[in-house]
Write a protein that binds this ligand. Structure first.
Ligand SMILES: *[C@@H]1O[C@H](CO)[C@@H](O)[C@H](O)[C@H]1NC(C)=O
Ligand SMILES: *[C@@H]1O[C@H](CO)[C@@H](O)[C@H](O)[C@H]1NC(C)=O
Ligand SMILES: *[C@@H]1O[C@H](CO)[C@@H](O)[C@H](O)[C@H]1NC(C)=O
Length: 238
């Protein structure tokens, strides 16, 4: 969150020409603990028009090097989704990194995604982000749409253990008029026996969104906490 806040401050300076609007919630694990799995599903809203709508769940590391995210992208006028790691690798075309010039997700291109799939309005997308081990940091990504289509990817991110699970609506020069962005069956696993990060969470960035959610449920086993949120909905701008 701190990183995102400073990112936004930077973007206000750098990206002033573009009207960027953020709505997001974040579950942040306690210091020294990391996320090993983030899964769930969400419903693709009805896309109002071709415009820069980015809707996504994602994981962010404590070192703030980027975001591992399946991004539902509305620019073409049809939703597309693919997984990406944005933007730690300066050789990638979308820029020099989160605190470099230009914004990150803004520049993800469909061709850079891992096997993007088309998603029709109203379809449910299931997403999975799972690491083989926190130390090794090789993430396996899965996507499937109730309308058909699936994709998998592999992202070796060994130096970027993830501590933030995010659900975001990111908009450029367009307003949130598409109705709710609804997640269900969200499960976050982290290697901590603390549970408050789950049961007290998530934080709601600037309280910009009206958020409706079921009470997160934490179960502890084997040194890990599994945080289950049956329903969490970004309802509308606050
Ligand atoms: C979580 O896993 C990482 C990587 O193995 C380890 O460094 C860290 O100490 C673990 N944290 C807890 C709270 O077990
Ligand atoms: C921002 O970039 C500088 C210079 O490359 C780097 O030293 C610093 O760690 C970066 N900060 C973040 C938050 O990524
Ligand atoms: C990390 O995991 C990948 C995938 O299983 C494996 O190929 C690689 O050798 C592992 N790296 C280390 C340092 O264990």
């Amino acid at each position: 969150m701190n990183f995102l806040l400073s990112l936004f401050a930077a973007l206000v300076l750098i990206e002033f020409a573009s009207a960027q609007t953020w709505y997001f919630v974040t579950f942040t694990t306690p210091a020294g603990s990391y996320i090993s799995s983030y899964t769930g599903s969400f419903v693709a809203p009805t896309l109002p028009q071709a415009a820069t709508y980015y809707l996504w769940p994602g994981l962010q590391p404590r070192d703030n090097a980027g975001v591992l995210q399946p991004v539902l992208d509305g620019r073409s006028g049809t939703w597309w989704i693919g997984d990406g790691w944005c933007c730690s690798n300066p050789s990638l075309p979308w820029g020099s990194g989160f605190n470099g010039t230009g914004s990150c997700v803004n520049a993800i291109r469909k061709t850079d995604w891992k096997h993007p799939i088309e998603v029709a309005n109203g379809k449910t997308v299931q997403f999975g982000l799972k690491v083989n081990s926190i130390q090794n940091g090789t993430w396996a990504t899965t996507l499937s749409s109730s309308g058909g289509g699936s994709a998998t990817g592999t992202f070796p991110l060994p130096t970027h253990p993830m501590n933030q699970a995010i659900m975001a609506i990111e908009l450029y020069d367009v307003a949130w008029t598409f109705g709710q962005f609804a997640f269900s069956n969200v499960v976050i696993v982290a290697n901590t026996t603390s549970t408050a990060w789950c049961t007290n969470g998530p934080t709601n960035y600037q309280n910009a969104a009206v958020v409706s959610k079921s009470t997160p449920v934490a179960t502890v086993s084997g040194g890990q906490t599994t945080c289950t949120i049956a329903s969490i909905v970004l309802v509308r701008p606050a």
